[in-house]
Design a protein around this ligand. Structure first.
Ligand code: PMP
Length: 459
């Protein structure tokens, strides 16, 4: 039992006066943000005892196996008592066991490099690309291409590789060597009415490679399904074509699975819907479902081999470290988490319940004209709100905020895009734990329906 000496009012006061919350304005923080104190499955309780159904997996797509998993807590406890830490340059039981199990879900991939956040996993991938450029291309093939609307992290290099202008505002100058290319958002169809949208969008990437000079470009990074930029799955032809173009110009394809990985989209990994094998895959959030901080940069054997010491090149191995990549309990948590996903068939459940949720959203779209689009895969879904379906003009931010607030009032937690980060204010996000049942899906729809009703009634 986890106890704090102080009563909840004292802790709430200390929170308001001492804690600087992520992504929260001072105004909101001083008004008081919710303090969640307990979770079980998809259910959360706040410090006032109010109960919520969490359809956001901890707010940012993290808690894939749900709250209150004793099996993970026990695995963490056992590992902490056996051995809590040793640097990742040494071998450990949980690192070996998790890597073997994880790679079993990723045909074509071969090596697991541990760190402790999604940004860090992407930084590692970028450093691999840079080092390969220096070793094999005189440093020339060092540029990394990223897409408009994709997000790859909060550090300066990963922000340099993120296509969300508002999020970058006031943090420049950015690192050289990162180049943006257009996204592939069929709903907003920036390339007009074309026969195969995926092929057209991939061609836009190729145009940028040619402009930059293929001998200067080392890699492309992509979110298989864009998360914070508005839940954007690509058309089926897109990623295969991207892979082909990468092969044509000898570029590494980095798949950012920080959100999509570990069953979120109804496949073990998002890219596996699209019949491609990347060179590097990064993952974080669902790896241990928030029971521990852990991320992985997974590579093919070819990438691994390129970053080994060659004869006479003592600097040629990947000279990188992550201190907390050696936290053994995080790897034990990841192994227990993966065992649960496998044993309980949660990838299949994600696909099945995702279909049910999507069908519910479509029914809501029949009744609420402000729903412009519903989309996603598995339990990674979004609803885009517009003033009218013809013009696709995004609704005023106050409307999406009001719907999310009404959901909360009715005991349902959902996510939404944030204009001050992504430029888009009008997309509601749904990503319940992969354990969600049919009955819980129906509760999500029923509470969301009430929220839409409350907000649109007064319009
Ligand atoms: N990549 C993607 C696709 C993400 O959504 C995020 C975080 N939301 C990150 C990377 C960065 O992960 P972290 O916050 O753990 O550094």
């Amino acid at each position: 039992m986890n106890t704090f000496e102080q009563d909840i009012d004292t802790l709430r006061t200390w929170d308001r006066t001492h804690v600087w919350h992520h992504l929260t304005t001072g105004q909101a923080a001083s008004a008081g943000v919710p303090m969640f104190v307990r979770g079980e499955g998809l259910t959360l309780w706040d410090s006032d005892g109010k109960e919520y159904l969490d359809a956001s997996a901890g707010g940012v797509w993290v808690t894939n196996v749900g709250y209150g998993r004793k099996e993970i807590a026990d695995a963490v406890y056992q590992q902490l008592m056996d051995l809590n830490y040793f640097a990742g340059s040494m071998a450990s039981k949980p690192a070996a066991a998790f890597a073997e199990k994880l790679l079993g879900k990723m045909p074509g991939m071969s090596r697991v490099y541990y760190s402790s956040s999604g940004s860090e996993a992407n930084e590692k991938a970028f450093k691999m690309v840079r080092q390969i450029a220096h070793k094999f291309h005189d440093g020339k093939k060092h540029k990394i291409l990223y897409r408009d609307r994709d997000y790859h992290g909060t550090t300066l290099a990963t922000l340099s590789a993120s296509g969300q202008a508002e999020r970058r505002e006031q943090f420049g100058p950015f690192m050289p060597g990162f180049v943006e290319f257009p996204h592939c958002c069929e709903y907003r169809s920036q390339f007009g009415d074309v026969e195969d949208y995926g092929l057209r969008a991939a061609a836009a990437m190729e145009e940028v490679i040619l402009q930059e000079g293929p001998d200067t470009v080392g890699a492309v990074i992509i979110e298989p399904i864009t998360a914070g930029g508005g839940i954007i799955p690509p058309p089926s032809s897109y990623l295969r074509q991207v892979r082909e173009i990468c092969d044509r110009y000898d570029l590494l394809l980095i798949m950012d699975e920080v959100v999509c990985g570990l069953g979120r989209t109804g496949a073990w990994f998002g890219y596996q819907h699209y019949d491609v094998v990347p060179d590097i895959v990064t993952m974080a959030k669902g790896v241990a479902s928030g029971y521990a901080a852990i991320s992985c940069t997974v590579t093919t054997e070819r990438v691994y081999e390129m970053l080994q010491e060659a004869e006479g090149d003592t600097l040629g191995y990947f000279r990188d470290i992550s201190t907390f990549g050696g936290c053994l309990a995080s790897q034990a948590a990841a192994l227990a988490n993966l065992n649960i996903i496998e044993r309980e068939g949660l990838v299949k459940n994600s696909a099945r319940q995702g279909e049910r949720l999507l069908a519910g959203f479509r029914e809501l779209a029949d009744r609420y004209a402000l729903i412009g689009d519903v989309r996603g895969k598995g339990l990674f879904l979004g609803i885009e709100l517009v003033t009218d379906r013809q013009s696709k003009q995004p609704v005023d931010e106050r409307i999406s905020m009001a719907i999310a607030a009404k959901c909360k009032e009715h005991g349902l937690l959902i996510g939404r895009t944030n204009r001050s980060l992504t430029g888009f204010n009008n997309i509601l996000n749904f990503s319940p734990a992969l354990t969600i049942t049919e009955q819980q899906v129906d509760i999500v729809i029923e509470r969301l329906d009430r929220a839409f009703h409350d907000v649109t009634e007064g319009m």
